[in-house]
Design a protein. Structure first.
Length: 148
């Protein structure tokens, strides 16, 4: 398994895998992005987000997307994992662990105070694995969204 930072050469792989993720979550109707919008947000001079693609034998098998938030009480950056996905047949505990380890490593190299993510309740990513990293569920906060 190899990881590659998202760039001009592989942005289409990320787009295609993210469409598969939307399908796997029965949310294809929400996937309204196009290839140009992906290039615009990932490859801009100041990117809105960052990503790593996972390859096995030169075939894309997964990815994770992240951005940075701000922890105002601590005055520090937070690495936020927006999406993490491995296609069927490759979504093993070992591969998931490698992706989470990579994200934690990135957060440490960027001097973040923590890593955060949301996990879709219907898709069991592996709560035991998540908790083995030291993640804890934040029960006192509800997530709200305003689509524009």
């Amino acid at each position: 398994m190899e990881l590659a930072s998202v760039d001009n050469e592989n942005i289409d792989d990320l787009f295609d895998l993210n469409a598969k993720l939307a399908e796997s979550e029965n949310q294809r109707y929400l996937f309204t992005a196009d290839r140009q919008s992906y290039a615009d947000v990932f490859l801009a001079t100041t990117p809105a987000c960052f990503g790593f693609l996972v390859y096995q034998d030169n075939q894309p098998i997964g990815f994770y997307i992240y951005n940075f938030k701000f922890a105002s009480y601590i005055a520090s950056r937070v690495l936020y994992i927006e999406d993490l996905y491995l296609i069927d047949g490759f979504a093993t505990e070992e591969n998931k662990k490698l992706l989470l380890q990579h994200a934690v490593s990135i957060s440490q190299s960027e001097n973040c105070c923590r890593v955060e993510m949301r996990v879709l309740k219907e898709i069991n990513f592996g709560y035991g694995l998540i908790k083995s990293f030291g993640f804890s569920e934040i029960k006192k906060w509800d997530v709200y969204r305003l689509d524009l």
